[in-house]
Design a binder for this molecule. Structure first.
Ligand SMILES: Nc1ncnc2c1ncn2[C@@H]1O[C@H](COP(=O)(O)OP(=O)(O)O)[C@@H](O)[C@H]1O
Ligand SMILES: [Mg+2]
Length: 273
């Protein structure tokens, strides 16, 4: 579903991605871990066509992103879930989900917010998948943070995408809500055969929800394996020099339990993060 070979991306003199190789299959849930600045968002933005890579190969759902392609066609294949869900608060939950269909209807229909019956039925199905059927008619602003993120997932599902890219989708949620949101995302995408790349900060969620984990450090893939292969050596490679600790505190994330912290000594500096 996604094929990436030797992908490079710079912002002026800042080399952010240094030759990424990655394949993601239909129905696979890949969690991407890495410190702030490692290049995770940049890679997602390449996959959804917002960033133009400098070189390498990048194919998503049969579309070659290194060649001229239709943004509209790509948008039909790839949906995004954001940390701050990007919903319209005053619209109903149902209408927010229906905006996931806007790429697929004519401009006039989208301006008039005219939706086909089949689109409305699809929106209802997507809301059912995230357990929010009973909230369909409510204003989105009345929902809790976790419910809003589930609406964000339903909106992504309503695009009928082959790929969903989630950029820190649970970073603003408490642990219990975060796990529930990830569960909905994983179950829906698995059942529908959607390939997912999900950036996360929490190692324990990565282990619990990822079919596979990739670790990015300074724009290089330093780990690619099954959750049970993510041991101290891998964590050391991903969160080298233990700014992982500072990073986690900066993100206001509760300290992870267990023994995942690398054995190397604390380094006080967080410079460059
Ligand atoms: N639009 C941009 N313009 C210039 N530099 C950027 C832009 N987006 C990201 N960067 C730089 O690219 C590097 C990687 O950032 P990012 O992909 O956001 O990392 P992550 O998501 O892992 O935190 C950082 O050095 C960041 O400053
Ligand atoms: Mg990011």
């Amino acid at each position: 579903m996604i094929t990436i070979r030797n992908l490079r991306k710079s912002y002026d003199s800042n080399h952010v991605l240094h030759g990424i190789d990655m394949d993601v299959k239909a129905g696979e849930f890949v969690v991407m871990l890495g410190l702030s600045g490692a290049g995770k968002s940049t890679l997602l933005r390449c996959i959804n066509g917002l960033n133009q890579p400098d070189s390498g190969q990048l194919q998503v759902g049969g579309i070659d992103l290194m060649r001229k392609h239709s943004g509209r066609e790509l948008a039909r294949h790839v949906a995004m879930v954001f940390q701050h869900h990007n919903l319209v608060p005053r619209l109903s939950v149902r209408k927010n989900v229906l905006t996931g269909r806007l790429g697929q209807v004519s401009t006039l229909a989208s301006v008039l917010q005219f939706f086909r019956r089949s689109d409305i039925a699809l929106a209802e199905q997507c809301l059912e998948r995230v357990g929010l059927t009973h909230k369909a008619g409510e204003r989105t602003q009345a929902l809790s943070g976790g419910q809003m993120q589930r609406v964000g997932i339903a909106r992504a599902l309503a695009q009928r995408p082959q790929v969903i890219l989630a950029d820190e989708p649970v970073a603003s949620l408490d642990p219990r809500t975060a796990r529930s949101v990830l569960q909905y995302l994983r179950d829906a995408t698995r059942e529908l055969g959607i390939a997912v790349v999900c950036n996360l900060h929490q190692v324990d969620y990565a282990r619990e929800f990822g079919d596979r984990i990739v670790g990015l450090s300074q724009g290089r893939m330093v780990f690619d394996g099954a959750p049970d292969q993510l041991g101290d050596a891998a964590l050391n490679a991903i969160y080298h020099q233990v700014p992982a600790m500072a990073e986690l505190q900066e993100q206001h994330t509760p300290m992870p339990a267990g023994s995942w912290m690398p054995a190397s000594p604390m380094v006080a500096t967080t410079g460059g993060l």
